[in-house]
Structure formats: C-alpha cells, structure tokens
Design a protein around this ligand. Structure first.
Ligand SMILES: NC(=O)c1ccc[n+]([C@@H]2O[C@H](COP(=O)([O-])OP(=O)(O)OC[C@H]3O[C@@H](n4cnc5c(N)ncnc54)[C@H](OP(=O)(O)O)[C@@H]3O)[C@@H](O)[C@H]2O)c1
Length: 364
C-alpha cells in the first residue's frame, strides 16, 4: 500500500465515526499531511455541523498555532468525498481549502450533488479516485439516494436451514440465537428507516426499534419505522405506534388514521397495486433516507425482488429445521416465473453464536 493510500485509509476510518449520526449527509473523514506526516484529522459528525475538511484544518491550527499558516501552504489534504463547493447549512469547504492555500487535494469519490471542485478552483491540484471502491462502499446509501433516487436497500432474513422464516401458524420468534438478534439490533441502528408489511405487524407486532446493540447510546437515533398498509388494516394500537420512534404509514386514501406526534400517514391512491418503487422513492426524496432495512415476510420480500429493489440480503441461518409447513422467505415460483433464477453473490460468511450470517448480493 502506498503512503497516499494509507492516508486515505485513515480518512475513511475517521469517516466511519459518523456512521450513527451523519445521515442524511455522507460519512466523511479528512487528514492533512505535511512532508508525508499527518498533522491534522477531522470527521463530519452530523448535518449542520462542520464538515470533515474544516475540522481537520481547525485541528492543524490547534496543533501548530502560529506556524499553521505557513505549514498549511505546503500541505496535502486527503478526504474521501469531493469537497463541497456550494452553501448548505455551512459555507463551502472548497473556499476554506483555497483560503489556506493547501497545495493538493486527494479524494476517493466525486460528489454529483456538487458543482465540481476542480471546476471551481482549477488552480488547486487534485487527484481523484484514490480508494474509490472503499469510499463508495462506505457511503453506498448516500450514493444510492443521490444517483438512483432511492435508498440502499438491505433485507434481513432470519431463517432455518431449510429456508423457513416462520411456522405455518405465522410464529417466527425466535429462530436465531441471541448473538444474531444483537447483530440485527446493530443493523437497525445503522439504518435510517426500517420497512415492513402488514403480515409481519399482524403476526409479530414488532417494535422495530434498536435496543441492546452495545453501540454508543448517546449517538444512537432510532430509525424511522415504515409500514405499507394499502388495505388500511392497522388500528393505531400496534407496537409500531409507540413513542419510542417515529412511524410513517403508507395507507390508502380512505384510512381513518391521523397524523399525530411522531406518526405520519402518507395517503396512497386507492389502488390495490402499489409499486414499492414509489414507496422507496418517497423515502429518499421526502425523508432523505440513505439506508433502508427491510424486516418483512415473503409478501414484501417477493415484491421487492420482483421490482429488483433489494441491493443486499443478510440471511441469518440457524441450525434448525422448520419442516414441510414452514413459510419460505421467498416464493420462488413467482420469482422464477418473472425473472428466471436470481443468482446471488456471496460477499461474506460469518459465524454468529450458533448461527451463520450470509451477506449476499442479488445479481438481477
Ligand atoms: N424470520 C424473519 O426474518 C421474519 C421477518 C419478518 C417477518 N417474518 C414472518 O413473516 C410472516 C409474515 O409474512 P407476510 O408475507 O404475510 O408479511 P409481510 O411481507 O410483512 O407483509 C405482506 C403483506 O404486504 C403487502 N404487500 C405485498 N406486496 C406489496 C406491495 N407491492 N405493495 C404493498 N403492499 C404489499 C400485502 O398486504 P395487503 O394485501 O394488505 O396489501 C401482503 O399481505 C410472519 O409469520 C412473520 O413472523 C419473519
């Protein structure tokens, strides 16, 4: 690994500190080097607060005092996302980089939401694409929202060895081990929203909040709970209406449910067929959701697969057999009829307690 890559890796590590708080903004980290040694570090904590570049420049000023002015002119800046050029809640980082006469800027990924750093300040030398793949993976939710107009969609499934997600009675608690369930609570914490269907609400009555994840509670924000209820089955008394987190219900226009503290009802056209594409686009555009987690049964999972909306499947496989009358997580006949076989790439296999966690990418 070159020293340039090492510096960018450090910037990416710093960026990850924002993983519970930066959204809807991207996770961004920055290091400033002088004669190849790191002299300042910064990361972006949350929307409205300093961007990573500003925090890194301030860190250099704190570290070097009066000397910082001259040293910064001979410095290089490594940041995983192209510096911003427009006024948002804070002034453009590009201006600050120019004002401090930083010699060269390296970034991993271009930011299509911006005007282009190189166009704004052509006099500053830049090198883009350094650890580009790592940068894109880190901010896959943000890039999905900006480029595709929908969140990155991760679908969690807890299943038995024979692919069952529930007994024929609908009962599914608890297929997997405590360790796997803790991991699910962490996944919830890293998601901006969790979407489920009416079948899961009626069978499991889940709270869909992140609890006992072991993560830093002071940074943790509960994800938005989203339920698709196109036939207006919800009564308003289910656990997802608790005050523990905000909830958005997609109901049809005849719904009697009303908005109140933390509860929002998005009224749909009274059609029985709602493309989930419309739901996830709404979540990106109106709610700025970068990362969407799905915790549902085969009804919602099938629809999402048919619309090619699942970006990643996380399957926890427990060493259990649910037998012939199990509910499968996906109705393969329907999928096969419409798409042919869905091939899946395995990206990671991990043992969690008694279970195995598969990270899978469907190849549509
Ligand atoms: N093991 C696990 O990881 C896990 C996780 C969650 C749930 N589960 C289990 O899964 C079972 C529930 O499965 P399910 O399939 O009934 O639940 P579901 O996926 O949560 O909800 C299914 C419902 O979603 C609606 N739906 C389907 N496609 C839609 C679309 N394109 N647009 C809008 N709505 C759509 C339909 O309701 P309408 O007909 O009313 O529109 C359908 O009945 C339960 O037994 C639960 O325990 C297991």
């Amino acid at each position: 690994m070159t020293s340039k890559e090492e510096h960018m890796l450090e910037a990416l590590k710093l960026a990850k500190r924002g993983s519970l708080s930066a959204s809807p903004n991207p996770m961004v980290g920055c290091v400033i080097t002088h004669k190849n040694k790191i002299i300042g570090r910064g990361w972006h904590k949350r929307s409205g607060e300093n961007h990573a570049e500003i925090n890194a420049i301030e860190n250099v000023i704190n570290n070097l005092g009066d000397r910082s002015k001259e040293v910064l002119k001979e410095s290089e800046l490594f940041v995983n996302l192209e510096p911003c050029t427009t006024f948002g809640k804070t002034p453009p980082c590009a201006n600050s980089i120019k004002d401090h006469q930083i010699k060269k800027v390296y970034f991993s990924n271009a930011d299509k939401a911006q005007k282009g750093f190189s166009k704004t300040y052509p006099e500053i030398e830049i090198e883009s694409g350094l650890l580009e793949a790592e940068g894109r993976e880190l901010n896959q939710g943000f890039f999905s929202r900006i480029e595709k107009g929908r969140p990155y969609i991760k679908c969690k499934v807890a299943s038995s060895l024979d692919g069952g997600i529930a007994l024929s009675s609908g009962q599914s608690k608890w297929i997997t081990s405590l360790e796997a369930r803790k991991d699910v609570h962490r996944m919830r914490a890293y998601s901006d929203a969790i979407l489920t269907g009416i079948g899961t609400i009626l069978n499991d009555n889940p709270h869909l909040t992140s609890r006992d994840s072991g993560l830093n509670e002071s940074l943790l924000r509960q994800p938005l709970r989203v339920v698709v209820d196109r036939n207006n089955t919800l009564t308003g008394k289910e656990n997802i209406f608790s005050s523990a987190a905000k909830t958005l219900i997609f109901a049809n226009k005849h719904s009697q449910l009303e908005d109140n503290d933390g509860i929002e009802i998005a009224k749909l056209k009274a059609s029985s067929n709602l493309p989930l594409k419309e739901v996830v686009s709404y979540l990106a555009e109106e709610k700025l959701i970068n990362n969407l987690m799905i915790e549902a049964g085969s009804g919602i999972i099938n629809s999402l697969l048919l619309e090619q909306l699942v970006d990643e499947l996380i399957i926890y496989k427990a060493p259990k057999l649910l037998g012939e009358n199990r509910q499968s997580f996906v109705n393969l006949d329907v999928v096969a009829e419409n798409l042919g076989t869905i091939d899946i790439k395995i990206t990671c296999i991990e043992k969690l307690g008694a279970d195995i966690r598969y990270s899978l990418l469907p190849k549509y």
